[in-house]
Design a protein. Structure first.
Length: 743
């Protein structure tokens, strides 16, 4: 019986047939000391890591970047492209990526725009229109996603278009990634459910990484403002568990109207108790249907040596494999319930042909924010809050010193434990320090760790007090009581003070939010120019105003008018008396410029720009040039003077963006004629996309188009026959536009 080949190497330009049907340049089994793969469902990555001996026969010399490794997996042969070689005196460390990743990275998209297409049509369109630079496209892409979407991909790799850019396929169409040989699958869900069950904490040894057992809720009640309660609402899954887990959700914005209530009271205010209770019940129902508070979320790490000892693992042996995305049921005795989990990460040993580790989870674990993700917009900004920092330092000093009392250190073989009792099983507040990081739990040794520094660079904390923070990007939720200023104090922004927001320059306000107003100032030798948005009297004008720009407390531009009847009317008033001279104006606006209550706008002495809402007309003297797209919901007409007055000639519309040209010609004595397309016209269209030619003969005899190409077309027919022609071509850069959805 022939020995199975576990790993072989191929030249980088090997054909698909060579890779699938031959052993390549060399078989590497005898010089390989380590070979393992890591496949992850959440990232779509598939990596191979190997270690090879530098043998006397020189086989190791085939291990070069871009060469291909074929390895034996539990589901068959898999292909990886070498991306990194790190040799030392005796060994070579190899890192390789699954071949479809490298194939995606090598294909270029210049300008490809799939429009309202499903998953398979989109991926086929991207692949067909990708540029391979005279190399063979070896990848095939598959998808079962039926929903349709639109995206534009310009000057990027196929990999970026599918996985990484803002409107990538994964973001627009969704799906999960599976890579097998030259085949890339982007399906709604990968993996299968073969009915495999594992009994947790009885005949299976596994590590529970994270679980929400302590926060599970199956029966809940809503609590509104001032002590109003809704009804108890049961989860549809309440019978899945042997206990009922109750909780009260607080929604303080749900209020019942009362006599003492302020007219400007915020929140959802209801006239009857029943209406308020219905809203509380609705929100509790959403906690179950949207936030999944009634569903167990858990992650398990299962090692092969543990699996093979269990009765349940026999199901794996019968099925021969547990693949990425497969569904498994884990029994949890505490709840007397099965948790339906999937294989989200799989580590496989090529040499022993077995799983070394499976990560099982029923949810995608969120990624932590790392320091390296911080925006360079604030790289040079120094933020100081001396008062808060001093308080934080004093608090930390006091806390650490007080921790010397009733603090116990337990040194284990694999970690250091510090807690509030001698026995780690009875510790409530506990620190654990091992190779993966340092973390604190207030719920015991096996509880949840909410404060941590991990070995991969993550810092997890509810509060971070610091003096100087230098970073590339800061992602934040709520910012409060912040002052930002230059080192010399020349500029300051105060956020959270009594005035709301205040920006100062050289000690004087330049922007502030005060009460109901937004006020901005500009100071120079001539005095103070100010403006406001609001209703309060900040200039020597009545309070009935919206936006005001003033100079030395004298308003010369007001936008908006509050009349005595309490209604707000459109109004623009420009006080010419405040303009010093004609040459000081950037826009020539006359004193009588105003937007009246009958919705008419005039600008200039002779109404050179006007808008009438009464008959839905807009007039602009001198012409209109729009840079970009223009759309209308009515007709597009050319106005032409006739004997009965001005009439409108409507534009000819088509689903595609098209240009056309026409002309006249005559067939020669042999019945042939070549029509050369205007070279200047060719700069505006894309003849390679194909075009239509329409012929009209002026005489008897037959006539037809014999040949078309990118610069001309040939017409054959009755000798000396006169004819006219019309051609229609797609506009350059708009070839894929067809009835584009207008939002």
């Amino acid at each position: 019986m022939a020995k199975e080949i576990k790993i072989a190497v191929y030249e980088k330009f090997a054909t698909v047939e060579e890779i699938l049907n031959t052993n390549g340049l060399a078989i590497l089994d005898n010089i390989c000391t380590k070979a393992g793969t890591i496949e992850n469902i959440s990232t779509g990555s598939y990596i191979l890591e190997c270690v090879f001996l530098q043998d006397n026969e020189g086989i190791y010399k085939y291990l070069n970047e871009e060469n291909i490794l074929k390895v034996k997996m539990d589901y068959g042969d898999e292909l990886f492209v070498i991306t990194k070689c790190n040799p030392n005196l005796n060994e070579i460390n190899i890192t390789a990526r699954q071949i479809t990743i490298e194939e995606e990275r090598s294909l270029w998209l210049e300008d490809v725009r799939p429009t309202e297409t499903d998953g398979q049509a989109t991926l086929s369109y991207l692949l067909d229109n990708s540029i391979a630079d005279n190399r063979i496209k070896r990848i095939q892409i598959h998808s079962d996603i039926g929903n349709k979407a639109t995206a534009y991909y310009q000057k990027m790799s196929l990999y970026d278009a599918i996985h990484t850019c803002d409107q990538c396929f994964i973001n627009r169409w969704g799906g999960e990634v599976k890579r097998r040989g030259f085949n890339l699958y982007l399906n709604q869900q990968i993996g299968e459910d073969n009915g495999v069950n594992i009994r947790y904490k009885k005949n299976l040894i596994s590590l529970e990484r994270e679980s929400n057992l302590d926060t599970l809720i199956t029966k809940a009640q809503g609590k509104g403002y001032n002590g109003i309660y809704g009804n108890w609402v049961e989860s549809p899954l309440i019978n899945n568990y042997n206990k009922v887990y109750r909780h009260v959700f607080e929604y303080q914005d749900v209020k019942l109207r009362s006599e003492n209530m302020n007219e400007n009271e915020e929140g959802m205010i209801f006239d009857t108790l029943q209406q308020a209770q219905d809203e509380l019940d609705r929100r509790v129902t959403l906690e179950f249907s949207k936030n999944n508070v009634d569903k167990i979320k858990a992650t398990f790490t299962v090692k092969h040596v543990d699996l093979i000892k269990t009765e349940e693992y026999k199901n794996y042996v019968q099925a021969e494999r547990a693949l990425i995305g497969d569904t498994i049921r884990v029994y949890v005795p505490k709840l007397d319930a099965d948790i339906k989990v999937r294989v989200v990460e799989k580590k496989y040993n090529i040499l022993t042909q077995e799983d070394t580790e499976l990560t099982l989870s029923n949810y995608i674990e969120p990624q932590s924010v790392t320091i390296s993700q911080i925006a360079n917009n604030l790289a040079n900004l120094v933020v100081k809050n001396t008062d808060n920092l001093a308080i934080a330092k004093e608090y930390a000093t006091t806390l650490i010193k007080s921790g010397l009392k009733n603090s116990y250190v337990v040194c284990k073989q694999d970690e250091i434990v510090i807690g509030d009792s001698k026995d780690i099983n009875t510790m409530q507040n506990v620190w654990r320090f091992n190779k993966n990081g340092l973390a604190h739990s207030s719920t015991g040794y096996n509880g949840n760790f909410e404060t941590a520094i991990t070995s991969d660079g993550h810092i997890v904390a509810d509060f971070i007090d610091t003096g100087v923070l230098s970073a590339n990007l800061i992602k934040a939720g709520i910012l409060s009581a912040i002052k930002i200023q230059n080192a010399d104090g020349s500029f300051i922004m105060d956020l959270g003070g009594t005035g709301g927001l205040t920006c100062k320059r050289n000690g004087q306000n330049s922007l502030s939010i005060e009460g109901n107003n937004i006020i901005f100032y500009r100071y120079d030798d001539a005095g103070k120019y100010s403006g406001s948005i609001g209703t309060e009297n900040i200039v020597n004008e009545p309070t009935k105003q919206g936006i005001v720009i003033s100079h030395d407390k004298n308003a010369f531009l007001r936008i908006g008018y509050l009349a005595d009847d309490g209604l707000v009317y459109p109004y623009i008033d420009f006080d010419e008396a405040q303009v010093k001279s004609e040459d000081k104006r950037s826009i020539n606006i006359r004193k009588n410029t105003m937007l009246h209550s009958d919705s008419k706008l005039y600008i200039g002495d002779n109404d050179t720009c006007y808008i009438y809402s009464s008959d839905s007309q807009v007039g602009i003297n001198g012409g209109l040039w729009v840079v970009g797209n223009i759309a209308c919901s009515g007709t597009k007409s050319r106005v032409v003077e006739t004997s009965i007055g001005k009439v409108g000639l409507n534009a000819y519309e088509t689903p595609n963006a098209l240009f056309a040209d026409y002309g006249h010609a005559i067939l020669d004595n042999s019945g042939e004629c070549t029509i050369n397309i205007d070279t200047l016209f060719l700069e505006t269209v894309t003849p390679s996309e194909g075009y239509e030619v329409f012929l009209t003969k002026h005489g008897k005899g037959d006539i037809w188009v014999q040949e078309t190409n990118n610069t001309n077309f040939k017409v054959f027919g009755e000798p000396n026959l006169k004819f006219s022609w019309n051609i229609v071509l797609k506009q350059k850069r708009y070839e894929n536009i067809r009835m584009e959805l207008i939002k």
